[in-house]
Write a new protein. Structure first.
Length: 99
């Protein structure tokens, strides 16, 4: 599956971009190895800056999720002049629920 803008959103009050990194959330059915590939987030290169954090949740169904497969954190590592966004490798968050 390709990047879907409808599943990407800022986290918190991001009224003005300052020096601090911003956080974004993203919901997808793509594996963390797909979303951390260079170019995956090119669609939103104008919203991102180096150092921004993307919290991604991998679900079984994007429209009506019933299960979370995993979560991951990615940091925007670089954005080229051509607009190619590269993130760090995903730091995968293990999803457990023992109750």
């Amino acid at each position: 599956m390709a990047f879907a803008l409808a599943n990407f959103a800022p986290i918190g009050g991001q009224g003005g971009r300052g020096a601090a990194p911003q956080m974004f959330s993203y919901r997808t059915t793509d594996a963390s190895t797909a979303i951390d590939a260079a170019g995956y987030f090119n669609t939103v290169n104008g919203l991102l800056q180096v150092g921004d954090l993307i919290y991604a949740v991998d679900v079984d169904d994007v429209d009506t999720p019933t299960a979370i497969t995993s979560g991951s954190l990615l940091i925007v590592n670089s954005i080229t002049a051509a607009g190619v966004v590269d993130t760090t490798n995903a730091t995968v968050l293990v999803v457990t629920d023992s109750d």
